[in-house]
Design a protein around this ligand. Structure first.
Ligand code: UDP
Ligand code: MG
Length: 316
């Protein structure tokens, strides 16, 4: 780690009052030992447990600590985005506030960045949670690996380190923070994984239940669609729509011939299928067209996106 680099630690906090002091006690010595200047940004995601007072007190006592307070509880993704905006570092580390992530692993994450990675994700190899959480998580990760083609074991891990330009290049809508490694890899960044020590929650409660995996799978569909077809939605909708439309037309032509040959077709199920295929096919096709129009309207932001994809420019 180059010593002059500024390290930003971003910590999303929602109702973690009893963990905060302990976290700072563990975190600051580790950061001090790294030897780089650092800042710690707590993002208070609308806590209602009085933790805001604890955070304010911590910020008063420790110069590198800042607190960003959100007006209400907007969710971990919003908290991270707010923290990323506030972070000034060349390297950004995210860590959960509940002491489940072990700050002592930070040097290993930083070492992986020095090894050439743009993003290093923690992997809770021996996860200290109940099986009702670990089993769905394994299934979720296995599906995500298949769909995204990213060879990570633990997408959801909140413990990560980034080169700052990765954080700045990524737009992370809503709860998509779970897929940051997938999005980053799709943008051409080098993504690595490091096994990290994981501890049981001692204070407070987990903020998530099983519904997160259902939402996660839906988000996964969005992500993989976006990755493949965002810039050419017509190739998806148009292709599918055209195929259905043509099949419907073929069926209708066949039935027309049958009809002229003197057979009644009014009661045939094939008639319904043919009509349905034509109608749905046209619908999909027009959805494709409309998507293209919307995509054209976003050209300017795509321009920005294209710029953010440039790794470097070499001048002669
Ligand atoms: N968190 C947050 N806003 C929320 C929910 C959670 O900032 O609406 C924070 C929470 O305080 C913790 C981290 O996100 O620091 C991970 O949450 P949690 O420990 O509940 O998730 P789990 O470890 O069960 O996956
Ligand atoms: Mg936790």
């Amino acid at each position: 780690m180059e010593p002059h680099r500024l390290v930003s630690v971003v910590i999303p906090v929602f109702d973690e009052r009893d963990s905060l002091e302990g976290l700072v006690d563990e975190l600051l010595p580790v950061l001090g030992a790294v030897g780089s200047p650092y800042e710690v940004i707590f993002v208070d995601d609308g806590s209602r447990d009085g933790g805001a007072m604890v955070l304010a007190d911590l910020a008063r006592r420790h110069e590198p600590i800042r607190v960003v307070r959100l007006r209400s509880n907007f969710g971990k993704g919003a908290a991270l985005t707010a923290g990323f905006r506030e972070a000034r570092g060349d390297v950004v580390i995210t860590i959960d506030a509940d002491l489940q992530d072990d700050p002592a692993e930070i040097p290993r994450l930083l070492a992986a960045l020095d090894g050439g990675a743009d993003l290093v994700s923690g992997w809770k190899q021996d996860r200290d949670d109940r099986w009702t959480r670990t089993v769905p998580s394994h299934i979720f990760n296995a599906v995500a690996r298949r769909v995204s083609g990213i060879a990570l074991h633990d997408l959801n891990c909140g413990f990560k380190a980034y080169r700052a330009d990765v954080v700045r290049a990524l737009a992370i809508p809503g709860e998509m923070y779970r897929f940051i490694p997938v999005i980053a890899a799709a943008e051409g960044f080098r993504v690595a994984e490091v096994p990290v020590n994981h501890r049981a929650r001692r204070h407070g409660r987990s903020k998530y239940g099983l519904e997160r995996y259902l939402r996660g799978l839906l988000d996964l569909i969005t992500i993989s669609f976006m990755g493949r077809y965002r810039h050419r939605p017509m190739h998806f909708f148009g292709g599918l729509g055209l195929l259905m439309f043509l099949a419907g037309v073929a069926i209708s032509i066949y039935l027309t011939i049958v009809k002229f040959l003197g057979e009644a077709i009014g009661g045939r199920p094939l008639l319904i299928l043919g009509v349905l295929l034509i109608v749905v096919g046209i619908q999909l096709f027009t959805i494709g067209l409309v998507s293209e129009l919307i995509q054209r309207g976003r050209m300017r932001s795509d321009d920005d996106e294209a710029a953010s994809r440039i790794e470097r420019v070499i001048h002669g």
